[in-house]
Design a protein around this ligand. Structure first.
Ligand SMILES: Cc1cc2nc3c(=O)[nH]c(=O)nc-3n(C[C@H](O)[C@H](O)[C@H](O)COP(=O)(O)OP(=O)(O)OC[C@H]3O[C@@H](n4cnc5c(N)ncnc54)[C@H](O)[C@@H]3O)c2cc1C
Length: 496
């Protein structure tokens, strides 16, 4: 491991200060191997030469590449020289008032990027939630009792005053007029802006089954949601979680760890169908059952039943699962209503270009609310990167979001499960190298001499190196020419 005094978690972006990375990320629980050496980003000087990050396409002007990419944390050797960039005279100067709607990770990353590049910018940050910004991705760990409320805040309250941010919690932006450059709060107050960044995130999607509004039916998106679920679980209610994706699994695992009697319903034949193949999904099912969770696959919900209060879930095949607590974890949808009403281009999410600009000048969008090249990311790292890039563009520092391969890491279940990129390709033009031994499953997917996807179950220690190879499109033809098995490929990444 290299010499460094700071380490960045590649799963959640947490920066740990010290000579060694921590054994476990205190924020998201990722292991030591997920940490990479980190150097504090510096404000970008503007000069004749420009550099492009091969990871995330961030561009920086200057005689030399930065030690570390301020957007994705990639090291200096991951930058390539570019043709001289035109000087951005206005960068960081006279940018006026920037309004950010939503104080999740996208909103906070935007604030930080703005403050770095434009020390005098006036920043107004509006949040519908009453709590300060928190590690939303850790709500399942909170539910499991692995972290407490003190571990959740993204920034301490005093940080906002120190950074001269006009932070207003518990308020909702109800109307936006891009033409007049004003936002109107519910309650009527109008806020003028020069540039706005929409970072409103997403909300849980609940399929239209009957009974979804009964007392005792919950979703998990906010700290309030988590506290309500915890109160019901502690009261000894038997729980049903609908949805065997990442969120449903972590929620079921968390409740089981709290001693609750939990049933997990997955409509597909195996768990995490969007991220895993059948082999990994079935290995995961065994782990889920070990935790005492009653797992039902191919279990399609017909309706949630009860009078005023939930009594259980009726399945389409006639089975009935009794429960006093039902958690629906069947996906999310972007909070795009504000943008739609404002006349911005909205498809599934708010449509943005590579600079994260929407169809209206002076309005940008980032995070779960944004749709980039037809894609909704719905994950932490993408929201963090996008927030930073939107913040830079908002103050005239040109930066582009180049996309990220999909990536997911399962928390709470005490088993390493990582899926990244194209892990289960549908056509035969991909080379798949896989191996299952001693409950460790590794699957590497190659295309055109490079790694494009992987599933690691039971041992994800090479996850970081594999992700790096995918993101940087590393040429692995020589490795492939040696006809490696999956252990050889893992050994190769372990040596990187
Ligand atoms: C329990 C849970 C576990 C997760 N685990 C993982 C994980 O392990 N890995 C991973 O990559 N991702 C995970 N995610 C997803 C990840 O948390 C999200 O992708 C990320 O938080 C999105 O950040 P965001 O800033 O775009 O939106 P959000 O975090 O949703 O923040 C948006 C904020 O804007 C506010 N808002 C909305 N509309 C308005 C308005 N009109 N006016 C004012 N404020 C408004 C919302 O109330 C919210 O506070 C998890 C999510 C959940 C819920």
């Amino acid at each position: 491991m290299s010499q460094s005094s700071a380490w960045r978690c590649s799963v959640c972006g947490y920066v740990h200060r010290g000579d060694q990375p921590p054994a476990m990320c205190p924020i998201c629980g990722a292991g030591r191997e997920e940490f990479q050496a980190y150097v504090e980003p510096e404000a970008s000087p503007l000069a004749a030469t420009a550099w492009r990050c091969l990871n995330c396409n961030y561009e920086q002007a200057g005689a030399d590449a930065p030690e570390v990419c301020p957007v994705c944390g990639a090291a200096k050797d991951r930058f390539e020289p570019e043709a001289p960039a035109p000087a951005v005279e206005q960068a960081g100067k006279d940018v006026g008032r920037i309004l950010i709607v939503g104080a999740g990770i996208a909103g906070i990353s935007a604030v930080e990027a703005i403050r770095r590049s434009a020390p005098d910018a006036e920043i107004v940050l509006i949040s519908k939630e009453t709590e300060g910004p928190y590690y939303r991705l850790n709500l399942t760990r909170y539910l499991a009792g692995e972290v407490g409320t003190d571990d959740l805040p993204l920034r301490p309250r005093e940080w906002f005053a120190e950074q001269r941010i006009d932070f207003r919690a518990g308020l909702e932006v109800a109307e936006l007029s891009p033409a007049n450059r004003t936002a109107t709060l519910r309650g009527g107050e109008a806020i003028a802006f020069d540039t706005a960044i929409l970072a409103m995130g997403a909300h849980p999607f609940v399929p239209p089954f009957g009974g979804a509004t009964l007392d005792g039916v919950h979703c998990l998106r906010t700290l309030d949601n988590a506290q309500e679920i915890l109160a019901a679980a502690k009261a000894g209610e038997a729980g049903v979680v609908i949805g065997g994706g990442l969120l449903g699994l972590e929620t079921a695992g968390a409740l089981a760890k709290r001693g609750a009697d939990v049933t997990l319903l997955e409509s597909h034949a195996y768990l995490m169908p969007r991220q895993l193949n059948r082999t990994a999904g079935e290995l995961l099912a065994a782990r889920v059952r070990e935790l005492g969770i009653n797992l039902l696959t191919e279990a399609r919900t017909d309706q949630i039943v009860g009078d005023e209060t939930v009594a259980g879930v009726a399945l389409r095949d006639g089975r009935m699962v009794s429960a006093g607590l039902v958690i629906v974890a069947t996906g999310v949808r972007p909070n795009s209503y504000l943008a739609r009403r404002a006349g911005l281009e909205v498809d599934s999410g708010v449509v943005v270009n590579g600079r994260l600009r929407t169809s209206a000048p002076h309005v940008l969008a980032a995070g779960d609310v944004a749709e980039h090249l037809g894609r909704l990311y719905g994950h932490w790292a993408a929201s963090q990167y996008q927030g930073g890039i939107a913040g830079m563009n908002a103050v005239g520092v040109d930066a582009e979001f180049g996309g990220l391969p999909p990536s997911s890491t399962l928390k709470v279940m005490d088993v390493d499960v990582v899926s990244m990129g194209i892990s289960d390709p549908e056509d035969g033009s991909y080379d798949v190298i896989e191996d299952l031994r001693d409950d460790v499953y590794r699957r590497f997917v190659f295309h055109d001499g490079g790694l494009v996807g992987a599933i690691l179950f039971g041992d994800a220690s090479v996850g970081s190196a594999a992700r790096h190879a995918i993101e940087t499109r590393t040429d692995l033809s020589a490795l492939l020419a040696s006809r490696p098995n999956a252990v050889d490929v893992a050994d190769y990444f372990a040596a990187q």
